[in-house]
Ligand binder design. Structure first.
Ligand code: NAD
Length: 452
């Protein structure tokens, strides 16, 4: 416990020196952080290979490239993001200077998940640095090798007093959570999200919760099924299904189910033997392997199903005619398993979606604009995409985050900066021109009102 307390205390002390408030210092830290990704690319990729069997291309494409982009954006725009933001005034304050001043909040705690360990841990950190905060970084212990790389290299590239890395699992995180922070940024599952919020409440610490859940995918019969299924398969099987915004399950009419099954493109992507394909990942550990295998044993496997516990391999799997009360429909799958549930059409699909918790992402595939509009109009989710999966994540101008059970708060680009800033209201008035104020002072005579 002492180690954590000290790290937090040191971060606060470093914050109080004021150096993180200097814009040039923030930029220098961000540039240096970016160098880590090029200079330590090999260590990063090796660890990701060991943790998740990520290929080198995948580790750049899905982890570090996006981070470099976010750093470039922050560096380029920091001056304008951090600048006072003048606002529209009213009659009473017309002569005053009125603006919003983004200010650092203090010490931020960033708790990362394991599925894209760099992306989900460092992206909030980028915003914390840009906004002028100190940050305590707690990578997921589940990615054993990556956590070590972060612990070893982050302090070599960024201010280790301002941005300390602390490692550990549940016990250590809960100890950490007893400390007082000014913001907690958590990525992970919704159950733990509740634990985080409860701990934060003790200090009235605001939280951002980037959670998960079952993201539905409706495939309309009026649609190019080949293209739709290829895009869905990419969204599902990337990182072996361990993506917070992966399409969790498919809803479609029974008349197209066979074509959906046939078109999931698994051969094209991962060859006849995905187990030897370098582009196909692994389930993170045996606990999750067992969990996923147990989810499918009461459903019908249409494609895949092969597995090998010793190396956490589960073949890309499609389940057909899945019942809404099947085990695989009771929790976020977070593995390479794609259940298909048949519905009578769009209306039933919408009903089905609205019966569940509000998802992080919602996907609809169709050639019919009316179907898209109806889906947007009649559902709620963190994000909604028509005719593609995942790609909204890459747009820094879109707020990324959930709603309801899939989370609260949002980030990416300027949203991260704002999320981790205090938007302080400022009003500066002169002491002269008191005449203009007389009408607001008592006594409140009717004449004053008439004048107003
Ligand atoms: P995880 O097991 O790595 O847990 C996340 C973090 O919480 C870790 O740092 C861990 O140490 C900590 N933790 C775990 N149990 C705890 C406890 N009892 N008390 C305090 N801290 C605890 O990751 P996970 O939760 O398995 O991650 C997968 C989930 O995260 C999925 O639901 C996925 O959808 C979601 N996710 C969401 C996003 C997003 O951006 N919204 C991104 C990635 C993952």
């Amino acid at each position: 416990e002492e180690v954590h307390q000290q790290a937090v205390a040191r971060a606060r002390k470093a914050f109080e020196t004021g150096r993180s408030k200097c814009l040039d210092y923030r930029i220098m830290q961000l540039e240096s952080l970016k160098r880590l990704f090029t200079e330590r690319q090999k260590e990063i990729a090796d660890a990701l290979k060991k943790d998740l069997n990520k290929s080198e291309v995948a580790s750049q494409l899905y982890e570090t490239m996006g981070l470099e982009g976010e750093i470039n954006l922050a560096v380029k725009n920091l001056k304008s993001w951090a600048a006072p933001r003048p606002v529209e005034k009213n009659l009473l304050t017309l002569m005053d200077t009125v603006y919003i001043r983004p200010e650092p909040v203090g010490v931020v705690l960033v708790i990362g998940a394991w599925n894209y360990p760099w992306a989900v841990t460092i992206q909030p950190l980028i915003g914390a640095i840009a906004a002028g905060n100190a940050a305590v970084i707690k990578p997921s212990e589940v990615c054993v090798h990556t956590a070590k790389v972060m612990e070893e290299f982050l302090p070599a590239y960024i201010d280790k007093e301002l941005y300390p890395v602390v490692t550990g699992g549940v016990t250590e995180t809960q100890e950490l959570l007893r400390q007082r922070f000014d913001h907690i940024f958590y990525t992970g599952n919704s159950m733990v999200g509740k634990i985080i919020m409860e701990a934060a409440a003790k200090h009235l610490t605001p939280v951002t919760l980037e959670l998960g859940g079952k993201s539905p995918c409706y495939i309309d019969k009026n649609c190019d099924i080949t293209i739709a299924c290829r895009r869905v398969a990419w969204g599902k099987y990337t990182n072996c299904g361990q993506t917070c915004i992966a399409p969790d399950y498919i809803l479609c009419e029974s008349s197209i189910q066979d074509r959906v099954v046939k078109n999931t493109c698994l051969l094209e992507f991962y060859t006849e033997n995905p187990q030897t394909c370098t582009d196909y990942g692994r389930v993170i550990n045996q606990r999750h392997f067992k969990r996923i295998m147990a989810l499918i044993d009461d459903s019908t496997v249409a494609v895949g199903g092969q597995n090998e516990e010793a190396n956490c391999y589960i073949a890309p799997t499609v389940l057909r005619d899945v019942k809404p009360d099947a085990k695989v429909m009771q929790e976020e799958i977070f593995g390479p398993v794609l259940p298909i549930i048949t519905v009578s059409g769009l209306n039933e699909a919408i009903k089905f979606i609205n019966k569940g918790e509000k998802p992080l992402a919602l996907y609809v595939f169709t050639s019919d604009d009316k179907v898209i509009q109806k889906m947007i109009e009649e559902t709620s989710s963190g994000a909604i995409l028509a005719n593609d999966c995942l790609v909204h994540y890459s747009i820094s101008a879109l707020p990324f985050g959930g709603v309801g059970n899939s989370g609260m708060g949002c980030y990416h680009g300027k949203f991260t900066f704002d999320q981790l800033s205090h938007l302080r209201s400022c009003l500066i008035k002169k002491l002269n021109m008191e005449g203009a104020n007389t009408m607001r002072y008592p006594p409140h005579t009717p004449t004053k009102l008439n004048r107003a």
